[in-house]
Design a protein around this ligand. Sequence first.
Ligand code: C2E
Ligand code: CA
Ligand code: CA
Length: 654
Amino acid sequence: MTTKLKQGFDWLADCLIVSRNSPEVIQAQYKELLTKVPLLYVILVTNSISLAFTHYKSAPAYLSIYIPIILSVIAIARSLQWLRFRSKPFDLQHAQHQLKMTVLFAVIVGVIFSAWGISLYSYGDMAQKGHVTYFMSITVIGVIVCLINLPLAALSIIATVGTTFVVFFVSTGNPVFVAISINFALVSGVLILVTFSYFRAFSEVVESRQQLNKKHTETQRLNRQNEQLANQDGLTQLANRRSFLSHLSKLIEKRQSGSTGNGDSFVVGLIDLDGFKPVNDVHGHAAGDRVLWDVGVRLKKILDDDALLARMGGDEYAIIINKALSRSDINELSEKITSAIKEPFSMRTGIAQVSGSCGFAIYPDAGNSSEQLMERADFALYHAKKHDRGSSVIFSSEHEKLIKQKSKIEQALIQAIANEDINLHYQAIVDGKTKKVIAMEALARWQHNELGFVPPDQFIPLAEKMGTICDISISLFKKAVRDASTWPKDIYLSFNLSAFDIANETTINKLVKILEAENLPSSRIQFEITETSMMRDLEVCAKTTEHLRNEGFKVAIDDFGSGYSSLGYIHKFYFDNLKIDRTFINEMITDSRSQGVVKTILELCINLGVNCIAEGIETEEQKELLLSLGCNQMQGYLFCKPAPLNEIRHLMEG
Ligand code: C2E
Ligand code: CA
Ligand code: CA
């Protein structure tokens, strides 16, 4: 009960006390009063003129002429003042003040007008007396309706004029007037209740509208933020791939619609960091992030303000230079870019260094769609990386020819896979001392009647890109296993797997099934996985090698030392053989550093308890040196070149 009472009291206080209302409610109240207060005075003045008119002859002039004129002038002045407020910008303090003044005026004006009305009562006959009651009651009701948005003022009117009215007319003892008074009191009571509940609803509407506005503004802010996030790279705060590509498409659209001069050239560049992975491995991921951020800052400094710089993901950046640049301009720019990237980065953990390769494509020479331009810039980048890391290449007509050649090869490769035209050659892995064959490595061979011999390091990466490598691996493995089942039992098959095979569980399971079908023990198979493909996804690779070894297969790390060999990861893998990349063997005789690397790798193998195989032995000198260093297992042209099985089968028997 008491809480209900308190709630009721709070409700009344809310309605009554102007300053307790929220600024939005006050503003809405004030706005309503701007039109209603002048109307209120219109009612007051016209009602007064009408009452003065009916008492003109019977009442003294001061009551029927002067006082009404003075009161009307005051009322008109006040209503003109309110009309002037309408042209002023909203000010909360002013509005608050005017609301309070309106309450005060309601009391003063109410008292004066009712005193004037009552004073006329004694100067008229019954009809005129009736007019006084009519004047007072209708004016009060009219004024309350006008003040419906300001309940305190409405209540003040009832309290002053209404009470005076009732008290006075009841005191006349005239039954008609008494009845009118009672009637009036009841209507006024209801009117006050209606005013309060109307005001309550009114302020709720205003407040909920305000909440809605707030929510709308918040939603707009979040939308803007989301859009920004969707278009921004979180790490470097540069544009991301999505916004870069959409910017590029828009630029091309503009060029093609002629709005910026059709054919105006511009340049798309791709920049890829070389040696970023080791920074992550050696200095940690936080340092890697720092490098990515700093590269962004350095590139921004070099580029004009109107150039767009984006991080496309990983360690790849892209730029659009929205103006025509000559080839020498581009070379100059790329020179600046590559030397900026080469500058060392000082980290808490020491100095880190990376380099950057760039590929450029010029619109419209290299292409006239965003896909084409990106593809060609990527092609140029690939060539830059392939030939000389830290260099840059601009897409040219030569590259165009290469692309055409590549797509020809792609088409032919699809056919070759379907027809199982890809065959195997074998190269022996031998004991360097006794020349006895230990294993045979299967190497893919593809002879095309138009394209001629296509080397595996050309079509294997292509098949990887086309997503057909697993089909090749499975088809070749079937052939290899069939061949191996005809070999002496102490010679195992060494089979190359691609990074995509390792990552694909289905392929691995299929390989296992093929072997089961041929009835060959898994111990006679070794899978070679290159160091670079291991590094693509260390976790997946570790899982697959474990799976393969559990199945009884041997696993070898191929081309060790050619990638970013990091000693940090090697102990995480369980493998049987490590194949030293042939570049070290090649340089070992002339370069003492290469010899040092070979020695270190051999020591590493001893420590890890794995066997070491040296690849690419071409001379007796290399063989002798390796033997003296303790490496016995070898592979290379010195012993035998890769050849079809029937040509080298005798090696296994001898
Ligand atoms: P790899 O696995 O390192 O294979 C050894 C490569 O070195 C072979 O080249 C072989 O012909 C060559 N080689 C062997 N001894 C010598 C030597 O003494 N001197 C020189 N200069 N080269 C020697 P090939 O057959 O052209 O294969 C190149 C690469 O293509 C392979 O390197 C391997 O990564 C990949 N590959 C070949 N066949 C397959 C395959 O069936 N599957 C997969 N995934 N990759 C394959
Ligand atoms: Ca190999
Ligand atoms: Ca190799």
